[in-house]
Design a protein around this ligand. Sequence first.
Ligand code: NAD
Length: 325
Amino acid sequence: MKDFQGKVAFITGGASGAGLGQAKVFSEAGCKVVIADIRQDHLDQAMAYFRDRKAPVHAIKLDITDRKAYAAAADEVERVFGSPPQLLFSTAGVNTFGPAEASTYEDFDWVVGVCLGGVINGMVTFVPRMIKAGKGGHIATVSSWGGFMGGATTAPYSAAKAAVNNLMESYYLSLKAYGIGVSVLCPTGINSNIHEATFTRPKHLKNTGYNVNEKTLEVEHQIYLQGIDPVELARIFKKGIEDDVLYVLPFPDSQKMLRDNFERIANYTTAEGMKRQEEAARKRAAEMAQRQGGASPFAGAAEADWGKAKPDLSWVADSARAKRH
Ligand SMILES: NC(=O)c1ccc[n+]([C@@H]2O[C@H](COP(=O)([O-])OP(=O)(O)OC[C@H]3O[C@@H](n4cnc5c(N)ncnc54)[C@H](O)[C@@H]3O)[C@@H](O)[C@H]2O)c1
């Protein structure tokens, strides 16, 4: 897609971070934008920005894991802007950090539910409507570089994002016939509010094995402050959509990063490779430790027990209780 003038763009997570960056960039490019977000305060702040600019932007409070609410939001888009979107941005996502072995069902249900389930809900809700409208369009989904690999402290997130990558390739292959393009953005750090994701975690999914508290959230905040600016990221994504490429990797050395990544996988297939990979991991850890001595944003991570399990195993008892009821 190259011409965005007058197109309807629906953006989940559109009231903060990467999604708000997309709303700004695609609104400037002439789109009629719907921002859908679970947080009313984020929607209010974002709408103040767009009202000042008299931009055609509409806000919908939506939890993307709620399928009925998602269908109602799709109806609302058609009522307000007269058409299903030609651009669907599935950007909303959440994360939380802790060792894989401390992950509870609730950690998986929340993170996978939003990061993968929410994307699936967007596809099943909107793709048939887009096909029926017959105007073509583009699906633009935000995944993560973390979707290309597992992480010791990011099991639910890495699993969800890997699934999103493959999901998008599947839709890319099948939607060509309808003139609908598919792109998936895989960034590393973004300067966003994702450290606050835990505030939107549903009460019934609160049980976690991870150590999450004010200190760990502040460590995350400091890390994300170093990330790419959301508007700059949205401009890179826009170029990827214009070029109609499947993977949009916002790094100058993305080809090398991908080749190194596949070498990692190849290494994991032989005993010698496994040793090489362990050596590389040790080297990375040593470099990280050295950085922790300096002004690195990771400096507070060890003191805050960031990415660690809750020390008292309380989540194990909670999981056992959940099974009995
Ligand atoms: N921040 C990073 O470093 C980073 C890195 C790689 C990928 N990403 C991905 O970028 C995307 C955007 O995240 P961000 O960093 O801009 O975070 P952000 O928290 O600033 O924005 C995400 C928005 O999604 C909303 N949201 C959360 N759960 C929702 C739900 N169930 N329904 C509807 N809205 C919901 C939040 O309220 C928030 O406004 C996510 O998919 C995330 O996984 C982020």
